[in-house]
Ligand binder design. Structure first.
Ligand SMILES: NC(=O)c1ccc[n+]([C@@H]2O[C@H](COP(=O)([O-])OP(=O)(O)OC[C@H]3O[C@@H](n4cnc5c(N)ncnc54)[C@H](O)[C@@H]3O)[C@@H](O)[C@H]2O)c1
Ligand SMILES: [Zn+2]
Length: 364
């Protein structure tokens, strides 16, 4: 395997602030040279317990060099909550954090969302740096500034747009990522590839990306996926229009997740959602060859979950999705691979047909 020698810097010029993304291999050890750490009076790092156990040495070393205080975080969706946030606000206060302090998040999307929320609300907002450690957090959750916590009534209900100052993507973390988490990230990578990230599409078609291979192809794939999401966010930071293309696969995906009471992972639900929404796209005019290509990619990466659901209930559930305008379900559909259309209305009969197609396919 070729050693990864590349690294890259992407600067996002957003309406709210400048956000700098640095991607490379084994770069966390150089954190002190990557961020201007002296500009903040106190630095606290909210660190996922799991990630800390697996990568203790590099985390301790890099945080020591910038004088950061580590605060452990048991990262579960349950602890990404409004109720749990209060103890972290208190810890920031106990550590004498001011408006000029910095929060660093080290972990997957749960940790970056939660820490981002803490940073966005503490003293009306302090700076935040993300060190995403899952594939999903690298290509998706850490990019774009959405921060949120859950309340009893639902996931990601309470939150803000709060952009990180820096995102440090060190792909070495992926050495320890379990296969199931890898698949979750791959679903979002595939989504980006289908809605416009053509470099990643080529890598996927050539089957160059494989679980457990932390190589240049993976580096290029993550780099391209990150660049793609960043370019969409740069055009529409607050999701007034074009950013909504990132919801491809998610209208159905969210409904499946929610109806199955989160017994299916987000990535699995999104993979199913991508295929179902691609089927709808085909029936609305996308070439069949494109549908076959999408099905091949999703199957080649083993992303499709064998799940069962009541199609009628899914259709009903989608009407109550928080992203729907006036009770109408709207989809992101593909005109062809790489050409998404937002705000598409589809009749219920076609949605049910697509859901039933999926059920038949996975039961074979
Ligand atoms: N803000 C956004 O725009 C956005 C976008 C997508 C998803 N999200 C949020 O992201 C969250 C999901 O993120 P996730 O999939 O990263 O989940 P996660 O943070 O729960 O991480 C998944 C699991 O992997 C473990 N882990 C993390 N890094 C590891 C590593 N390097 N090696 C081994 N294990 C590791 C974690 O401890 C956890 O058990 C959800 O809460 C979702 O709502 C946010
Ligand atoms: Zn998603």
């Amino acid at each position: 395997m070729d050693p990864i020698t590349n690294n890259d810097v992407i600067v996002l010029q957003l309406d709210s602030k400048k956000s700098t993304i640095i991607i490379g291999s084994s770069i966390l050890a150089s954190l002190a040279t990557l961020i201007p750490y002296k500009k903040w009076d106190v630095i606290v790092a909210i660190v996922s317990d799991t990630v800390y156990t697996l990568h203790k040495e590099v985390i301790d070393q890099s945080l020591a060099l910038i004088d950061a205080i580590a605060i452990p975080y048991t990262d579960s969706e349950h602890n990404k909550s409004y109720a749990y946030a209060e103890r972290y606000f208190n810890q920031l206060l106990e550590n004498r954090c001011t408006r000029n302090s910095l929060v660093i998040a080290i972990g997957g999307g749960v940790t970056t969302d939660f820490s981002g929320y803490i940073a966005s609300a503490y003293m009306r907002g302090v700076d935040v740096v993300y060190v995403p450690t899952t594939l999903l957090a690298m290509v998706d959750a850490s990019i774009g500034g959405k921060v949120a916590v859950n309340i009893k009534a639902g996931k990601n209900i309470v939150g803000y747009f709060h952009q990180p100052d820096y995102i440090i993507i060190d792909i070495e973390f992926l050495q320890t990522l379990p296969r199931s988490e890898w698949r979750c990230g791959m679903s979002e990578v595939v989504k980006h590839a289908l809605i416009g990230d053509s470099s990643t599409l080529t890598l996927l078609l050539n089957k160059e990306i494989q679980y457990g291979r932390i190589d240049n192809s993976l580096y290029n794939c993550i780099n391209s996926s990150v660049r793609f999401k960043a370019s969409v966010v740069e055009k529409d930071e607050f999701e007034k229009n074009i950013r909504a293309i990132l919801n491809f696969g998610h209208t159905v995906g969210h409904a499946i997740e929610s109806l199955l009471e989160y017994t299916v992972s987000h990535g699995d639900a999104v993979a199913a959602g991508i295929l179902i929404e691609s089927y709808i796209s085909m029936k609305e005019g996308m070439p069949k060859a494109d549908f076959d290509c999408i099905r091949d990619i999703i199957s080649a990466y083993n992303l499709l979950p064998s799940i069962s659901f009541d199609s009628y209930k899914i259709v009903n559930h989608m009407m109550y999705d928080k992203k729907n305008i006036k009770g109408k379900t709207r989809f992101v559909l593909l005109e062809s691979i790489g050409k998404p259309q937002i705000g598409c209305e589809v009749n219920d009969a076609l949605v049910k047909e697509a859901l039933n197609f999926y059920l038949t396919m996975v039961s074979k």
